[in-house]
Design a protein around this ligand. Structure first.
Ligand SMILES: *[C@@H]1O[C@H](CO)[C@@H](O)[C@H](O)[C@H]1NC(C)=O
Ligand SMILES: *[C@@H]1O[C@H](CO)[C@@H](O)[C@H](O)[C@H]1NC(C)=O
Ligand SMILES: *[C@@H]1O[C@H](CO)[C@@H](O)[C@H](O)[C@H]1NC(C)=O
Length: 334
């Protein structure tokens, strides 16, 4: 079930491929809002949450987020949705960890860190695509996963030697991996993750935050008949700031997700819908592409960059080598 989505992620994210070939693809940036140990979807109200995330709002975040928020970091002024994923750390041989910053993506000018967000719909306007309703949220991926299988591949990694603008992006697609790249990526490491695109049409959330949604790019299953736009997050981490000489001597790759995953298979992401009124539905109906859309407004990224919040409890140490992962998460291989 997941395989076609991965193929889609690879092609969507390949900058040279035109949007028409793969559907109407909205693509825009959302600067980093916060980096902290909060996870309103998985552990609402738990402060701090188990592990460190980027781009979260606050610990509860119930109700219509679009109506309750006062600023957005995103290009589209109407998008108050929340997108977040675990923070990345470098695990040094001496047992210390250091936070890995996010670098800007191709064509997403001036955003502070953050994610590139894609909403893709089939070009064929006879296919009904429905924007999620206020209060809708979902999670993709499993923080404890350490190998392929179980739910399969919904995320994919790309290793840049020169950077996101390096020539011939089609050429590097072959080397995309479902685990952390095993080689040094001086130009950065990109990770993409696809959310499910089918909804049961009833539940805004579910106990596991997943069973109310399903995947099916070529049509939704009868259990989850409502087809949503395909939402994908793309983030590029500055792996190049760590020279190869700092890599572990045992030849393993050094990166770990904040929940203690050294394999890359435990990458996951959370989504809380927050588009104002019917703005996303309008965009989807028109099959808008890239970062402009009739009837929607955009803001300069410098405005979005100002939409930040103070960490809810002690500022995270992002600049130094720290003795433990935040939350004392242990690195586990299984
Ligand atoms: C968290 O966000 C909700 C809106 O989703 C807001 O009502 C609430 O006041 C916020 N709580 C804190 C502690 O900021
Ligand atoms: C631990 O290793 C990192 C990476 O090599 C290095 O920069 C840092 O100074 C080391 N810290 C200690 C306490 O040795
Ligand atoms: C959304 O709808 C409310 C109430 O109908 C209206 O006051 C508000 O201006 C609308 N917001 C946008 C961004 O269109």
């Amino acid at each position: 079930m997941w395989t076609p989505l991965v193929a889609l992620a690879v092609t969507l994210a390949t900058e040279t491929v035109s949007a028409q070939e793969f559907g109407a693809m909205m693509r825009f940036g959302c600067a980093q809002h916060a980096i902290e140990r909060l996870d309103p979807v998985v552990s609402p109200g738990q402060v701090p949450s188990q592990h460190m995330h980027a781009n979260s709002f606050n610990a509860t975040m119930q109700g219509d987020v679009g109506e309750e928020s006062t600023c957005t970091t995103c290009t589209f002024s109407e998008d108050f949705s929340n997108y977040w994923h675990p923070a990345l750390y470098f695990a040094a041989d001496n047992g210390t960890f250091r936070h890995v910053p996010i670098i800007p993506n191709v064509g997403i000018f001036g955003a502070t860190g953050g994610v590139t967000v894609y909403y893709t719909s089939p070009t064929d306007k006879s296919v009904k695509i429905t924007a999620p309703p206020p209060g809708f949220r979902m999670v993709v991926g499993y923080p404890t996963l350490r190998s392929q299988g179980l739910g399969g591949a919904y995320s994919i990694y790309r290793c840049y030697t020169d950077g996101p603008l390096e020539p011939n992006p089609m050429g590097v697609a072959d080397s995309d991996t479902q685990e952390f790249p095993r080689k040094h990526c001086p130009g950065g490491m990109r990770v993409n993750i696809n959310f499910p695109n089918c909804w049961d049409g009833k539940n805004l959330d579910s106990d596991d935050h997943q069973s109310h949604v399903a995947s099916g790019y070529n049509g939704c299953p009868s259990t989850h008949p409502v087809q949503l736009p395909q939402i994908m997050l793309e983030t590029i981490f500055d792996t190049g700031m760590f020279p190869k000489s700092d890599w572990p001597k045992d030849g393993e790759q050094p990166f770990v997700w904040a929940q203690g995953d050294p394999t890359g298979y435990g990458y996951h992401a959370d989504y809380v819908f927050g588009w104002k009124n019917d703005s996303l539905q309008k965009a989807v109906n028109q099959r808008c592409s890239m970062n402009t859309c009739e009837g929607l407004t955009t803001q300069d990224q410098s405005v979005g960059n100002k939409c930040t919040k103070k960490a809810s409890f002690g500022p995270p140490d992002l600049q130094h080598w720290i003795p433990n992962l935040p939350g004392k998460m242990k690195v586990t291989y299984s």
